[in-house]
Design a protein. Structure first.
Length: 316
């Protein structure tokens, strides 16, 4: 691959037309923003000049750090990466965006570059939430004094507990490039949605910590499964006991029902006997009354006969 040398013209101060640095009037011979302006206006001529200067600065730093080849705006398959560099079997693309990148487009371009053969893709853009959604570095100022670019977003460092967390300290871009070419920096994911760039040693500690966490969680899961199996066994035993008790209760209820039926039958028999006894008592009472009546009649008849006899004797 051939390399192209360009001479970056000296930058001259640019006067602002308005009170806001992001709304400045550009001129045809613009040579970039002044340090500290931090313009992120899409389509700004000065931003394009700053981005182009950064591309060639990256090319120089990559070659100085040990990259075998580095080119700017070279065709790679169906795409034209801003910077494409190679070292050994590593083919890496860098995309420079002075304005916040559109996430959907940036993710699609990253995927296509990786499909085309790039092992890594780096986005250099302004700091923001998008730096954790892309393999990106957030540059504080694209028009930094003396090209001392500083990354204030997208860099991770080892935090409490051994896991990587976003770094609160700025990282010099030249140091990152040197470490990246030397494979001391790598991109990885902190969780299922966000990631960042960290040293390989930090990722190793992060991986060991995650492995320890996974092992502890696996042990806790095994303990929970054991406790769950014991609880299920106890539940099954309780269920069996409950079934046995339910069966016994059903049998006791059936026996009680049978006894209740027998008792009801005995009560019906007693009621029948009571009715028969009452009927017999009434019959005996009526017959006794009849006997008493006949006895009275018999005594009366006897008295009449005796009276007639006595009267006959007296008359004779």
């Amino acid at each position: 691959m051939s390399t192209r040398r360009v001479e970056v013209p000296h930058r001259r101060p640019v006067a602002l037309a308005g009170p806001r640095p992001n709304r400045k009037t550009t001129v045809a011979d613009s040579r970039g923003h002044a340090p500290g302006e931090r313009c992120i206006e899409p389509g700004c001529v000065d931003c394009r000049w700053d981005a182009q200067r950064l591309k060639y600065w990256l090319r120089g730093r990559l070659l100085a750090a040990g990259a075998e080849e580095a080119q700017v705006d070279v065709a790679f398959g169906a795409h034209i990466p801003d910077v494409l560099w190679r070292k050994g079997d590593r083919m890496v693309a860098i995309q420079v965006s002075s304005a916040p990148p559109e996430l959907t487009r940036a993710r699609a371009l990253t995927s296509m570059l990786r499909t085309s053969g790039c092992s890594e893709v780096l986005w250099i853009c302004p700091p923001g939430f998008w730096t954790s959604q892309l393999p990106a570095l957030g540059i504080d100022d694209f028009a930094a004094e003396g090209c001392e670019y500083r990354a204030v977003g997208g860099v991770l460092t080892t935090g409490p507990g051994g896991v990587v967390t976003p770094s609160h300290a700025a990282c010099e871009l030249r140091d990152f490039i040197s470490g990246w070419v030397a494979e001391e920096f790598a991109y990885g994911f902190r969780d299922e949605h966000t990631g960042g760039w960290a040293k390989v040693t930090d990722w190793e500690r992060h991986t060991r910590t995650q492995a320890a966490v996974i092992a502890r969680q696996r042990q806790e899961l095994m303990n929970q499964r054991t406790a769950l199996a014991l609880a299920r066994k106890i539940t099954r035993d309780k269920s069996k006991q409950l079934l046995r008790m339910t069966h016994r209760l059903e049998r006791a209820e059936q026996a009680a029902q049978d006894q209740a039926d027998d008792l009801a039958q005995v009560r019906r028999r007693l009621a029948d006997h009571d009715r028969v006894d009452a009927t017999l008592r009434l019959t005996v009472a009526s017959q006794r009354s009849a006997v008493q009546h006949w006895q009275l009649i018999s005594w009366f008849a006897l008295l009449v006969i005796v009276t007639f006899i006595v009267a006959g004797l007296v008359v004779v």
